[in-house]
Design a protein around this ligand. Structure first.
Ligand code: NAD
Length: 262
C-alpha cells in the first residue's frame, strides 16, 4: 500500500459518498486531509473528527463552493498554508440531473458543467505550481462510465464527464516530466446519495417504478449485476498514489462491472 505519511490530499466533494471514501483511504495511508463539500455542519464535523481519530492524521474542512473559482483557489491555498503542501488533488465533487434535453433547465446545465468539469480545471490550475516546485504530485479526477459512453436524459453530465477525460489527458502531457501523474477513474454505478437522488426523475423520464429503475436501468448497464462500492473506487485511487503507479498517467481507468466492455 502507498505510504502517504507527510503528504497532503485535497478531496473535493468529500463530505459524502465516493469522496469520503477517498479521504478515508488516503488518511489510512498517513496523509493529512482537506475535506470539502456541502452538508449540515454537525455531520461534516463528525466525519472530519472521525478521520483524525481513526487514522491519527490531521483533517480540516474547506467550505469552498465548486461553482466559485476564487473559492477553489482558496481551498488549495488553505491546504498549502495549513500543511505546507498539496501533494494529491482529487477532483470529485459532482451533481446529476436527469431530463429530456428540450426540457433540461439551463441553470442545471450550467451548474453541472461548473461543478463536474470546470472545478477540476480551477483546482488543477491552482495546485500544479506547488507540485512542480516539489517535484511530485498525483491528480485524480472522478470521471464516470459516462466519460466513455452516453445514456439518454443526461446531456450535461455526459458532456462534463467526456470533458474531464480530455482534461485528464491534456494535464498528464503537460506535467509528465515533473513526477506528477494525472488520471481519471471511471466508476459504473456506485450506491451513493447521487445515485439514490436520480431515481425519482428517472422514474418520471422513463415511466418506470423504483425497482425497475434499479434493475432495468442501473444494474442493467453492469454485466456483474452488482453496484461498485465507494471503497473499491478509493482503493484504486490509493494505488495511483503509490510508487508502483508512477508510470500510469493520462489514463481513464474503468471500474464498472464490465459496463463499457459491451
Ligand atoms: P454524492 O452526492 O454522495 O457526493 C457528492 C459530493 O459533492 C458531496 O460531498 C457534495 O457536498 C459535493 N458537492 C456537490 N456540489 C458541490 C459544490 N457546489 N461545491 C462543493 N462540493 C459540492 O455523490 P457521489 O456518487 O459520491 O459522487 C462523487 C463523484 O463520483 C461525482 O463526480 C460523480 O459524478 C462521480 N460518479 C458517481 C457514480 C455513482 O454511481 N455514484 C458513478 C460514476 C461517477
Amino acid at each position: 500500500m502507498a505510504n502517504l505519511t507527510g503528504k497532503t490530499a485535497v478531496v473535493t466533494g468529500s463530505t459524502s459518498g465516493i469522496g469520503l471514501a477517498y479521504a478515508r483511504a488516503f488518511a489510512s495511508a498517513g496523509a493529512n486531509i482537506v475535506i470539502n463539500g456541502m452538508g449540515a455542519p454537525a455531520d461534516i464535523e463528525k466525519e472530519r473528527a472521525a478521520i483524525e481519530s481513526d487514522f491519527k492524521v490531521k483533517a480540516i474542512h474547506s467550505p469552498a463552493d465548486m461553482t466559485k473559482p476564487a473559492e477553489i483557489a482558496e481551498m488549495i491555498a488553505l491546504g498549502e498554508k495549513t500543511y505546507g503542501s498539496v501533494d494529491i488533488l482529487v477532483n470529485n465533487a459532482g451533481i446529476q440531473f436527469v431530463s429530456p434535453i428540450e426540457e433540461f433547465p439551463i441553470e442545471k446545465w450550467d451548474a453541472i458543467i461548473a461543478i463536474n468539469l470546470s472545478s477540476a480545471f480551477h483546482g488543477i490550475r491552482a495546485a500544479v505550481p506547488g507540485m512542480k516546485k516539489r517535484g511530485w504530485g498525483r491528480i485524480i479526477n472522478t470521471a464516470s462510465a459516462h466519460s466513455l459512453v452516453a445514456s439518454p436524459f443526461k446531456s450535461a453530465y455526459v458532456s462534463a464527464k467526456h470533458g474531464i477525460a480530455g482534461l485528464t489527458k491534456t494535464v498528464a502531457l503537460e506535467v509528465a516530466t515533473h513526477k506528477i501523474t494525472c488520471n481519471c477513474i471511471s466508476p459504473g454505478y456506485v450506491w451513493t446519495p447521487l445515485v439514490e437522488k436520480q431515481i425519482p426523475d428517472t422514474m418520471k423520464a422513463r415511466g418506470l417504478t423504483k425497482e425497475q429503475v434499479i434493475n432495468d436501468v442501473l444494474l442493467e448497464a453492469q454485466p456483474t449485476k452488482e453496484f461498485v462500492t465507494s471503497e473499491q473506487v478509493a482503493a484504486l485511487a490509493l494505488f495511483l498514489c503509490g510508487d508502483d503507479a508512477a508510470q500510469i498517467t493520462g489514463t481513464n481507468l474503468s471500474i464498472d462491472g464490465g459496463w463499457t466492455a459491451e
